[in-house]
Structure formats: structure tokens, C-alpha cells
Design a protein around this ligand. Structure first.
Ligand code: NAG
Ligand code: NAG
Ligand code: NAG
Ligand code: NAG
Ligand code: NAG
Ligand code: NAG
Ligand code: NAG
Length: 357
């Protein structure tokens, strides 16, 4: 759950919480701090071992242009559309390839004009906020051969979105842990589903190639609505069908416990912190199905350059990173700004539009 996305919401929440972003939970899960502390100790301990045993050259590169070309439609993909997909799709929706290179920037809209001859970084895929980025931005990215995944919260109520007033009060559950103004919503409710259909229509009208609905793993959390894994599966099937019928693909965000139930329903996975939680293996079935795992880690030192030992540990594909082979890994700041570091330790800083237009 790329937790802190969105221009306005982000800064509002930062202020309310009054902390520096490194003290905020980047992922909406209970018990994070305890576990995180243990993990940090574990990382520190294992970094030295890995550095000694394997050397520091283990970081994989970011696979620019490797694997399946992102611009080719699903018909030329090694894995064709799933039964769910081709049951409803009229078009040739985008199936990204394993190890496709990407950037994710949600804090503010990305800056791009007709003068851009390339993007920074020059990756295949941009994951950007559905509401704050314009159709022109998406068109310009397409003009440079990029595919665009549009991010929105699929499983939480955020008070600052343009359609927030459409949520009925009885569909709103408990606050997300660490995000007091953001609440779990009832994935079974028709009210919620109608709102999401409108969001998907907006994505279609803006020209998005894929969708990244966040916060769909309420079952992992004290959601106050009794939501279960089965509810998440059913909801993702609903969202997928809505996306497919509008020729867009869709990803499963985190939710590793139900990933194997949904590998044929979605076209990619978006994962946060599987190395930090030593759970990358839960997401590997997506790669085995010929679909990418867009993978984010939030190393504490990710301000200008991640410490090389930390980066090589995250990118080692072994130890805590076991199971992450062929994942599309990026290291980001928790606020998901324009800065990114890849596993070859190359960094980039996409310019974002800081003030509202
Ligand atoms: C999907 O398409 C294939 C061939 O294009 C067809 O055989 C199959 O029945 C379709 N699946 C569904 C669920 O319609
Ligand atoms: C496919 O497109 C046709 C013509 O535009 C439309 O009538 C039909 O409802 C579409 N089918 C689906 C499943 O979206
Ligand atoms: C479906 O989407 C793909 C990728 O986004 C695009 O290349 C293709 O032209 C679209 N097809 C239709 C019929 O709109
Ligand atoms: C567009 O070009 C500007 C100027 O070089 C750069 O700062 C910005 O990051 C580019 N936009 C994208 C989306 O890469
Ligand atoms: C882009 O959005 C603007 C403003 O919402 C709208 O007027 C315009 O028609 C859209 N362009 C396309 C190509 O959809
Ligand atoms: C998900 O799939 C597993 C087997 O892979 C199955 O045991 C489980 O019941 C499924 N979950 C739901 C909610 O259908
Ligand atoms: C990225 O660029 C922004 C200005 O566009 C700057 O404020 C920020 O400090 C840069 N981040 C890093 C890590 O260099």
C-alpha cells in the first residue's frame, strides 16, 4: 500500500502526524514497528555476512529493455489473457512483461511537457496518481513509448479525493493503522463498487493502460467491517472485470495471502517491502505465471543514495530477498516522491509538479 500517495493528502497527513516521514509507517499493517525493529537488526547483521560472502557486486541491473516488451499487446505475451480477462475484454489490454522497468511517483503529479525527449528515469512503466495527473501527461508519456499505471485507493476512504462525498457512512470502517483520516471501506458494498467503477471510467478516459488499486488487503488488518480474504478475492475479480471491459489491465497490491488465488485475474503484482518482511516468495507465483512483480523497498537511508551494503542486500535475491528473482525492484522514499534508486545503484529524480496548477 503505497501508503502515502497523493499530493494534498500526503502533506496534510504528514502535518497532522507531526513526525518526520521516516517515523511513519509506510505500510498499513499492524505490528509493523516491532517487526520492523527486528528486521532492521536482522538486516544489519546479515549485511556484513552477505558483503563478505558474496561481495558487493551482486545487485542486479534494472533490466532496461529486458524481458517482454511493455509496448506489445497481450497477444504476443508468453502468457495470454486469463479466462476472466478474455471473457470481457474487447481490446488488447496491456500485459506487462516480467522484469519490466518502472518508476512510481505518487506524492505529486509528474512534470512532463512536449519538450521532454525522454523520461527521467528512462523506464518502460510509470505508476502515477489517477486523480492528480492529467490526460495530457498520460498522452505525453505514451508519446515517449511509456505505459502508464494509474494509482488509486481501491480499499480505503480518503477524505480529500474529489469523489469522497459519494461514500455512504455505513460503508466506512476503522481507520488505517497510522493513518487516522483514512478508513477501510466495505469491499462487498454496491456503493463502494459504484464509486470504483466511476474511478475506473475516469482512468479509461485519461488513457491509463493499467490500474494499481491500493489497500485491498483489509483482511490483514483490524478493519471493523469483518472483511475476509474471500472478500478481497471477490472484489479483485470485480475490479478486474471492470478494468478488462475497458481494455485496461490491473495489479494486485500486496495481499500475498491471496495472490495465488488471483494470478489469472490480474496482470501484475505491486509489492511493498517484501524483503523487509522476508516474504518475497509469496509473490513469486506471479513471475512463474509470466507476469511482473513491481517491487518497492523503503530503505531508511533512501534520501540521495541508499547505502551500498543495504542496496546490495535488498537486491541480492537471497536471504531476506529470497524469492524475488526477476522482480522489478526499486528503492524509494516513503513519501513516494520522484526520487528512485535501482538495483544497479543508479538513481534518478523525476520532477514532480509541486504546486497545484
Ligand atoms: C478465451 O479465448 C479463448 C480463445 O481465444 C477461448 O478458447 C476461451 O474459451 C475464452 N475464454 C472465455 C472464458 O471466454
Ligand atoms: C464489445 O464491444 C461491443 C461494440 O463496441 C459492445 O457492444 C459490447 O458490449 C462489448 N462487449 C464487452 C464484453 O464489453
Ligand atoms: C487497448 O490497450 C492497449 C494498451 O493500453 C492499446 O495498445 C490498444 O490500442 C487498446 N485497444 C483498444 C481497442 O482500445
Ligand atoms: C521531463 O523533462 C524534465 C526536464 O528535463 C525533467 O525534469 C522531468 O523529470 C521529465 N519528466 C519525466 C516524467 O521524466
Ligand atoms: C483531456 O481532458 C480535458 C479536460 O478534462 C478535456 O477537455 C479533453 O477533452 C481531454 N482530452 C482527451 C484527448 O481526452
Ligand atoms: C485461495 O487458494 C487456496 C489454495 O491455493 C485455497 O486453499 C483457499 O481456500 C483460497 N481462498 C479463498 C478465499 O478462496
Ligand atoms: C529531487 O528533486 C527535487 C526537486 O525537483 C528536490 O527537492 C529533491 O531534493 C531531489 N531529491 C533528491 C534525493 O535529490
Amino acid at each position: 500500500m503505497a501508503s502515502m500517495q497523493s499530493s494534498n493528502g500526503d502533506s496534510i497527513r504528514m502535518k497532522e502526524l507531526g513526525g518526520s516521514r521516516n517515523e511513519l509507517p509506510p505500510r498499513k499493517r499492524p505490528g509493523r514497528f516491532t517487526r520492523r525493529t527486528l528486521i532492521i537488526v536482522g538486516v544489519l547483521a546479515s549485511v556484513l555476512i552477505i558483503a563478505l560472502a558474496v561481495g558487493l557486486g551482486v545487485g542486479l541491473t534494472r533490466n532496461n529493455g529486458g524481458g517482454d516488451e511493455g509496448s506489445s499487446p497481450s497477444s504476443s505475451s508468453p502468457v495470454g489473457p486469463s479466462p476472466t480477462a478474455n471473457a470481457t475484454s474487447n481490446g488488447t489490454y496491456w500485459q506487462p512483461g516480467v522484469a519490466a522497468s518502472w518508476q512510481i511517483a505518487l506524492q505529486n503529479p509528474v512534470l512532463i511537457t512536449a519538450d521532454n525527449k525522454t523520461t527521467d528515469p528512462d523506464v518502460e512503466v510509470f505508476d502515477i496518481d489517477l486523480f492528480t495527473n492529467s490526460n495530457t501527461t498520460i498522452e505525453l508519456l505514451h508519446g515517449l513509448g511509456k505505459k502508464v499505471i494509474c494509482y488509486f485507493s481501491g480499499g480505503s476512504y480518503e477524505p480529500y479525493r474529489p469523489d469522497s462525498g459519494d461514500f455512504a457512512s455505513n460503508v466506512i470502517g476503522k481507520a488505517l493503522d497510522g493513518w487516522p483520516d483514512e478508513h477501510w471501506i466495505d469491499l462487498r458494498s454496491q456503493n463502494v463498487r459504484n464509486i470504483m467503477t466511476k474511478r475506473i471510467e475516469l482512468a479509461s478516459s485519461k488513457g491509463c493502460d493499467g490500474l494499481d488499486p491500493d489497500n485491498v488487503d483489509a483482511y490483514n488488518n483490524d478493519n471493523g467491517l469483518g472483511l475476509t480474504q474471500a472478500d478481497t478475492i471477490n472484489y479483485m475479480e470485480f475490479l478486474s472485470s471492470e478494468a478488462m471491459s475497458r481494455n485496461m489491465s490491473i495489479g494486485l497490491k500486496n495481499a500475498g495471502e491471496v495472490l495465488s488465488n488471483l494470478t489469472s485475474t490480474v496482470q501484475f503484482s505491486v509489492n511493498e517491502q517484501c524483503v523487509q518482511f522476508s516474504e518475497c516468495g509469496k509473490f513469486a507465483p506471479m513471475v512463474e505465471a509470466g507476469k511482473p512483480v513491481f517491487h518497492i523497498e523503503y530503505p531508511k537511508s533512501a534520501i540521495g543514495q541508499v547505502a551500498s551494503k543495504v542496496a546490495s542486500d535488498f537486491c541480492s535475491r537471497s536471504g531476506d530477498a529470497d524469492g524475488s528473482a526477476s522482480f522489478s525492484a526499486v528503492m524509494k522514499n516513503m513519501d513516494l516522491d520522484g526520487w528512485v534508486e535501482f538495483c544497479d545503484q543508479v538513481t534518478a529524480n523525476t520532477t514532480l509538479v509541486v504546486s497545484d496548477p
